[in-house]
Design a protein. Sequence first.
Length: 247
Amino acid sequence: MSDSLARHLSLQGASNFRDLGGYPTADGRTTRWRQIFRSNHLGQLTAADIEIVRTLGVRSAFDFRGVEERAAGVCVVNEITVHSLPIEPTVVASLRAELARGTLTAPVALDIMRESYRNYVRHNTRSFRNLFGHLLEDSAPLVIHCTAGKDRTGFASALILHALGVPDDVIAEDYLLTNTYYKRDVSSAADLPADALNAIGSVEASYLAAAFEAVGSEYGDLETYLRDGLQLGTAERTALKARYLQS
């Protein structure tokens, strides 16, 4: 992806802050630059970072973190209105339960990650539906994030790009850019073995694939999920594209 360096903004306190602009769509348009950003949380931005975010004009943040996560890292940019779309984290607790049973292996850790993605569809579709409601109402520029900006945010970003008509291979590349830019912070799970930390500190294609497998199982196909799960009918899809695509 030739513009991958341009889309990553180098912030000291948020290593995974990226632009979803510049991606081609099936109808020959591209996603607009400097409208939708994806990131890890905004609670550790430096003064210089804050100035960069202010220059971008970001005024809204859509935060997928759970209650305790949000309390541990409150957004430090005063001008940003934070909208909570909570999806409580489950992975570390599941890993610790397997560790206590003596059954935690690398394949088990990967399976736990995949299951968490399936559960985004099974149990958390409302949060993603609410995100799209905001995307149709709020004024960009805006940022979507969770704690690391890679799992909940990664699936949300994939859904946005799908809804805008970006091809699957480009969506997969965007998703995997986390492995290039995210500075892993697993200090809160330091009791876990290295294989488990690797599973939760990075992304792999099978994680995102698991979410879309669940879409197929629960809704039949992605278009039905967008329409029935996320309430993006023809009018909403048209409005979304008018707002976030350019010729």
